[in-house]
Design a protein around this ligand. Sequence first.
Ligand code: BES
Ligand code: ZN
Ligand code: ZN
Length: 502
Amino acid sequence: MKIEIKQGNITQTQADLVIVNLFEGVTTPGGATGAVDAALGGHISQLIALGDFSGKLGETALLYTHGNIAAPRTLVVGLGNASEFDVASARIAAAKAIRAAQKAGARHVATITHGAGIGGMDPIEAAQALVEASVLETYEMPAIRSSEPQNKRIQHLTVVEFNEARIPLLEAGAQTGRIIAESANFSRDLAATPSNIATPTYIAARARAMAQEVGLDVQVMDWGEMESLGMNILLAVAKGSDEPPQFIILEHNKARASELPTIVLVGKGVTFDTGGISLKSNSGMWKMKYDMSGAANVLATLRIVALLNLPLHVVGLAPMVENAINGHAQKPGDVYKGMTGKTMEVISTDAEGRMVLADALAYAGRYQPDAVIDQATLTGSISIALGQQAAGLFTEDARLQARLLAAAEATGERLWPMPMYDDYKAFIKSDFADVKNSTSERMAGVSTSAKFLQHFIEDYPWAHLDVAGMEWTKKARPMYPAGAAAFGVRLLTQLLTDWPAA
Ligand code: BES
Ligand code: ZN
Ligand code: ZN
């Protein structure tokens, strides 16, 4: 989508459709909406007077302008109650409006920012919200077809601002919003791409290309390098597949590592999860192509960190493996020793995510990080507990927890704290190794998985996000069309943006 900021009057702006807005309870629109209303002979005021439009957040009304303004259509979007208006409302309004504009058949849309005028919002934030929400909302997953269907997507978005002095601010905000949303969409593309294409090797190639493009340091470890580090728990998963594993390492500000805070992001990168010998049931198994969403989100977040040039040393670890079944596949009862020297017994080969993370988290310790945050589509039970309303947050570090919850609040990517009582350790006690990768009963499936990960953490602040319920949107929400979600990219970006200087 082409995005531009233009100084001008919305009534004179050429586009297929122009978007204006209205707070709830306003009877006579002002500003840009007022100008459109006046040009249309009070059409918008009449809608309000008749009770056909109330200004409720996200409500839309489509009007034809009959040559009275430059654009043939105008769309009014509700901003809700003015006293409750915030950046979250601005994003919802933008998403609902762009969706309605796309449905109306517009290819070139012009819009005012939501809330920067009468709403009193910071113009940078308002522009970021507008562009971020618009790019996320109009995302479409890649499909492989023999003939291309007609493209009905919006091609061009013009943000119109009357006040010349504000243009540079809007440009800055729009640029940030675009970087964040396009990166999240990059993650969505990887998650939606089928596993026969999106293999560990393919993802590593995409990561390398992306790193080159944005100036990140990149390294990819192969089997031999992982083996010499002793990552035998991770490799126990990898050896059941004919696809070679790839351990992707991205780094921002590597040269300044000693002077800047170091944050390591880790993502589960299982390109397909058959369950292995503990085979999954057939129903819905196709979705297990998104079992690498955590890793894809890490790549996306590093892309953002590089483009925004955040003053931090950020490391992204994306261990990529396929969980399949061949003659070498790991079996229940097997015991493996990982990079930390600790051993584990396999109970379920379907609890492979925690195995991959065990060695990736051990590796994270090498950077002497100020914090490590992993995100993983780790358990089915987290979505039974929280649905698609929040991801599970597991940490015993109060400061990191507070920062993550603040970032969740700011972005609307919700986290809910889950318990990490030491009692859960008893559930993963093994008779044949230090720990086992699954419980015998189905009790406390989420907390025991987090306890398993914690067993491999060596002395750094750590938080685990179980995003299994969040990475494939079932029912579309604003900014999250059905399908690959890239949930966590905006959240982690916010966390890093707000991270205090050393
Ligand atoms: N990738 C799955 C978790 C998952 C399930 C993600 C549904 C997304 C949607 C994970 O590897 C897994 O299979 N977990 C098992 C753990 C069990 C064997 C202890 C699960 O949740 O059933
Ligand atoms: Zn699994
Ligand atoms: Zn899995």
